[in-house]
Write a protein that binds this ligand. Sequence first.
Ligand code: NAD
Length: 493
Amino acid sequence: MPKQSIEWHSTGSGKDEYPRIGLFLDGEWVYDRADAGVVVNPSTEEVLATVPKATDSDLQRALGAAARGFLIWRDTAPTERVRVMQRALHLLRERKESIARILTLEHGKPLSHARAEIERSLNFYEWEMGQALRAYGAIVPSAPQMQKMVTRQPIGPVFAATPWNSPMGSAARKTSAALAAGCSVILKPAEETPGTACELVRCFEEAGLPAGVLNLVLGDPEHISSVLIASPAVRMVTFTGSTGVGKHLTQLAAKVMKPVAMELGGHAPVLVGENVDAVAIARMAAIVKTRGSGQICTAPSRFIVHRNSYSEFVAAFGKALDELRMGDGLDPEVEVGPVSNARRLAAAQALVADARQRGARVVAGGDRVGDRGFFFAPTLLAEVPLDADVMTTEPFCPIAACVSAADLDEAIAIANSLPFGLAGYAFTNSLEEAEQINRRLECGMLSINHFDTPDADTPFGGVKESGLGREGGPNSLDAYLVTKTILQYTAKV
Ligand code: NAD
């Protein structure tokens, strides 16, 4: 079992540090609304705040504000847009510590990981501010008196819905690119973790972003999505979250012919070859698998290990998972926090029960830890049948599943057998194998011989049912820009 250092702090639930949750409509905070639910500290199960439920007139107000805000922001010089964004970033950097604590309180991840998420978000803004100044078009060679120009213009108000597993990172991904491109935004963070997003919006408010350019709504996600996507004011939909919700939002957008960007679920395979340092890879895997308690779309989750490396890898992986220190993320010693909500705890328990029942071996963890807080022990399942739920459904919890493979062909066949294709990982000392994996593994992001995933400078996204479009990288503004071709006759008319 993992070292159990589950401690509760003298601040109690953390209520005194957690912000009041509001809607931000046309430059104004609105608090006085019916409750859409409560925010729960997953380490203590105590209530941190209530979530206001946007009414239909709030949604109409957000739409009107975003439409007006768009006209202002579109016509703001890119250099001035960057200046406003820089001021907001400055505030975000100054408030990093207090916002990291809010993130830990609402999500559960260790404070050091919350700080890292904010640092990564700052990178996204830095990158997109650079992109704002480089949204070049083209002049096409043409006959005298005819000028042919291709310009790239902001698409319009954007509806951005973000998940609870990366409350700052996802909101930053979307707002950084949309605002850099000159779009206005209606942001809907997950109702489970709205505090971080409220603090982010406050930075932009205080930085002098014009009213209406960035709005924040919360409440009933299904209702909000259907109203906002159907409205002619919204011109583009961007979502990070589960494949099921992503498909639903894509269908709503298709009905009104709106483009979408979808960053959805994965079930990342990790191919471990023979003649590798299985122990070193297993130790790295334990750390990466349990980051965010496994609730990360790129989390490595299906370990497909060459039969000659298998026993050594499984033994070292189990040991490394057992040694992790789990507890309240506010404790600086803690390496793994709780899962973020009761749904994920129940899902983790069901995945282990199903795998056990089908004959899998529980090498580490396997159950809830304690009876207060949503703590689930870092878990390793070995010899897992390929039809077990944990091999086919995204686990989104700290459970790793191992199977052995006779050769690369079998490993790739197992890896490609699911409808997902977000991240993939491979460890090999053979250049020939690496080249084959590179060509044949179906995923949007492949990391060979390490577990890092793309930062702001490289495209992030998936293939198959893991999504549509890419965030970050050199084409990061494409989703938020439309191409307009202008044919201008320059003679007098
Ligand atoms: P869930 O489907 O109950 O809820 C997921 C999130 O979607 C919630 O935050 C909810 O507010 C939001 N949501 C639901 N309907 C919506 C709508 N119509 N419009 C906008 N948002 C809507 O699942 P869960 O238990 O919270 O998470 C479990 C699954 O979600 C995991 O298995 C994982 O696949 C997926 N997930 C993926 C990511 C990601 O980053 N790719 C993030 C969060 C969750």
